[in-house]
Structures are given as structure tokens and as C-alpha cells.
Design a protein. Structure first.
Length: 432
């Protein structure tokens, strides 16, 4: 049995989509286990850019089966739009895409509540969400008033559940002088969407088990990143799902013993979207370089990403909480032309210097100052390099520095947006 997991090792946007698309060549099934349309995975194949937000990134490989697990929350309209957009690009999902009965629906009142909270004119804490209704949908799920995808087969019952949910949401909307959506309109809008989606519904946990029994290889696709995990991230500036490797089991319906390898994707620097702590954030010309050369704009919202130097204490934290076997370093090419490079190796705190991410200061990381080491940069372009030995000495030194600090190898190195712009030192699907 072989089940490989790819998760984000930073604050999301690490380039997981490209890595999943690349690794999908060696897998039979690609399964996503958490999050919703707040995850924009950008894929570039033969010069054509495709952004998927819900459907697993493996969908661009026509011989792969793609599963959307019970840990996800799904906006039915966006799902249908995504299926249609893929179809227009010549990508068929029929017979290849399966959606868990247990995944939950995102409905218009979830989106409306998300927007109200981020408006900044109330006592709500502004998190900087993508305003896609993710948090409110997970709230309903945890409060046991959510709507599993299976309910699309019985819209009369769906209407009853929506009415009950809206009774709970009513005081919130009333306190902000906002009208609630009409239940009948919500159900009417669901009718054509249900007709499109119900044929894709399945027991995806059973499908995963069957695939493993048949000796097939599973590739689990993470969304967001470790530092956005609801339990292990920089709370409260986090997403509402389990973005770490531990979320694979709860979010897909498989047991931990089937997982053979866990890979963490990390940029050669760090970015963050939205509010929250970011100790190594930059506000100078280097920040502009990283943003412009790296194309650091959100694939879901288009918002510019905050940028900063690589944070090794945070990366070591991701290695620990995910039990990472190896790292994928992405966007190494973006550092070309920056000399010298700086890397955060520790923090100075009121209690003294520490090389460990101070989880007790997650709220704002106030009083935390990054401690940097300086490394040489390089000027040679990397986009045509396909062997580790051909990288400039300084680039190899940079990667070795990361490996030494984190205690795991950098098995893959991405040096451009295209599918083939990758250096493979060790394949995750082969034994060492």
C-alpha cells in the first residue's frame, strides 16, 4: 500500500497545486481532505494556466481518479462552475470525480456572514478570510446544523435544515441590520445544482479502501498550510479546518497506518495572506522583488501577499507537527538576484532566545524579534536547470542549510511555474 500526503508547511500558498499535479503522474487516485473554495491551486501545463479551487489538482491528468473527502466544505455553485470551466478546456470529470456524501455545503448565508465579519464595522475580529463562507459553514457543521452533500438528494429535508440554521443565524444578521436570504429562494437555487452534483456523490472512504486493497497509489492533497491549521496554526488567524497531515485521516476516512510518506511544501521564502502574525515580514525593496517576481497575488482573491525571509523555526515546527519525511522547496528561482540572502534561525523573546516557534505567543507574536543568518545569493537563472548538481553553488548551499536546520531532505525543488520546472532528487514514490 502506498499513500503519500502533501501538506503546506507555511501559511499556505506554497505551490502545492503544482507539486500535486506533478506527483499525480505516479499516483492512481488524488484525494483532497480539507478546506473549500478558499484553496486556489494554480497549475501551468503547456503554458496554459488553470486555477482549481475545489476539485483536486490531479484532475488535469486524464487517467487519474479524484476524490473530494468528507472533511471539505463545498459551495455547490462554485463546484458546478469549476466543472464547466474544466469542460470548456477539454478536461472531462465524468467517471473520474467522486464527492463524499459527508462533505458539507456552503450556502449563500455562509458567504454573507463571512463578508459581514470581515467588513470591520462590528465587534467581529477581522481575520482576513477569503470571504468564501468557509468558517460559517464549518461552524454549522460543528454545531450539528450543517447540510451534508447527501441532503441534495432530498431537497424537502434540506429546506427544513436550512430553516433551522437560519433561525440560529437570524440574531447575528439582525444585529447588523442585514436581511436573511429567503429559504424558498435558497432551495429553488439548489434544484439545478443538485441535478448536476448528485451523480458525483459517493462513499469516498470506501473508494479509498478499495483502491488501497487493489494496490493502487493514493496522493492526498492538502489545502492551506500548517500555520493556518485550526489546532496548530497561529490562532485565531487561522482557517477553520485541519490543514496538517493529521487532518488526512479525519478528512478522508482512512486510518493512519496506510500513510507511507508525508511531504511538506515550503517556499524558499515566506508569504502570508490576510491578518495575523508574520515575524519575518519585509516592507522594503526585497519585499517588492519577492511579490513581483514571485507573482505573489492570491489565486482566489487577487490580494497581494505579504512577503518575508524564510522562517526556519516555523518550518521546523511544521516538520514536527506533520511528521514530515521530506520537503519540497518551491520558487527557489524567485531568490535569484537577491544578495545576500537572510534566513531566520531563532527568535529573541522577553524570556530569552529560542530556536523554537513560541506557540504561547501565537496571537500576535508580540515581543518576538527574528534572529537572522546571512547566506550568499546567486545571479544565474535557474529556469532551465533540471539537476541538483547544476544549481549554482550558493543555491545548493541554501538548500543544504534548510536541510541541516530542519533535519529532513529537500527531495524536490521547484524552479518555475511549469509542470516540468522541477528538480527531483528523490521520488516520494520510490524507496530510498
Amino acid at each position: 500500500m502506498s499513500a503519500v500526503v502533501v501538506v503546506g508547511a507555511q501559511w499556505g500558498d506554497e505551490g502545492k497545486g503544482k507539486i500535486i499535479d506533478y506527483l499525480a503522474e505516479f499516483a492512481d487516485v488524488v484525494a483532497r481532505f480539507a478546506g473549500g473554495p478558499n484553496a486556489g491551486h494554480t497549475l501551468v501545463v503547456d503554458g496554459q494556466k488553470t486555477v482549481v479551487r475545489l476539485i483536486p489538482s490531479g484532475i488535469l491528468r486524464p487517467d487519474k481518479t479524484c476524490l473530494m473527502g468528507p472533511g471539505m466544505v463545498i459551495d455547490p455553485k462554485r463546484l458546478v462552475d469549476e466543472i464547466d470551466e474544466l469542460s470548456r478546456r477539454g478536461v472531462s470529470v465524468s467517471g473520474r470525480l467522486f464527492i463524499s456524501y459527508r462533505a458539507h455545503l456552503i450556502l449563500p448565508y455562509h458567504l454573507a456572514a463571512d463578508v459581514l465579519r470581515e467588513r470591520g464595522d462590528s465587534k467581529d475580529q477581522i481575520i482576513g478570510t477569503t470571504k468564501r463562507g468557509i468558517g460559517p459553514a464549518y461552524e454549522d457543521k460543528v454545531a450539528r446544523r450543517g447540510l451534508p452533500m447527501a441532503i441534495l438528494r432530498d431537497l424537502d429535508r434540506a429546506q427544513e435544515r436550512i430553516e433551522a440554521a437560519l433561525e440560529t443565524w437570524a440574531p447575528y444578521f439582525q444585529s447588523r441590520k442585514e436581511p436573511l436570504p429567503d429559504v424558498r429562494d435558497l432551495v429553488a437555487d439548489l434544484v439545478p445544482l443538485a441535478e448536476r452534483i448528485v451523480p458525483f456523490l459517493a462513499d469516498t472512504s470506501a473508494l479509498l479502501e478499495d483502491s488501497l486493497r487493489q494496490g493502487k497509489t493514493i496522493l492526498f492533497e492538502g489545502a492551506q498550510g500548517t500555520l493556518l491549521d485550526i489546532d496548530h496554526g497561529t490562532y485565531p488567524y487561522v482557517t477553520s479546518s485541519s490543514a496538517t497531515a493529521g487532518g488526512v485521516c479525519t478528512g478522508s476516512g482512512i486510518g493512519p497506518r496506510v500513510i507511507s510518506r508525508v511531504i511538506g511544501a515550503a517556499k524558499a521564502y515566506v508569504t502570508r495572506v490576510g491578518s495575523g502574525p508574520f515575524p519575518t515580514e519585509l516592507f522594503d525593496d526585497t519585499a517588492t522583488h519577492l511579490q513581483q517576481v514571485g507573482g505573489e497575488f492570491g489565486s482566489v482573491t487577487g490580494r497581494p501577499r505579504r512577503t518575508g525571509w524564510l522562517d526556519l523555526p516555523a518550518l521546523r515546527y511544521a516538520v514536527r507537527v506533520n511528521s514530515l519525511d521530506s520537503l519540497v522547496i518551491t520558487k527557489l528561482d524567485v531568490l535569484t538576484g537577491l544578495n545576500p540572502l537572510r534566513v531566520c534561525v531563532a527568535y529573541d523573546t522577553p524570556e530569552g532566545r529560542t530556536s523554537v516557534l513560541p506557540v504561547d505567543r501565537f496571537d500576535h507574536l508580540q515581543g518576538v524579534t527574528p534572529v537572522y543568518e546571512t547566506l550568499p545569493g546567486w545571479d544565474e537563472p535557474l529556469d532551465q536547470i533540471r539537476a541538483f548538481e547544476d544549481l549554482p553553488d550558493a543555491a545548493r548551499q541554501y538548500l543544504h542549510f534548510i536541510e541541516s536546520a530542519c533535519g529532513v531532505p529537500c527531495d524536490l525543488v521547484s524552479i518555475g511555474p511549469g509542470r516540468d520546472a522541477i528538480i527531483v532528487r528523490n521520488s516520494p514514490f520510490s524507496s530510498r
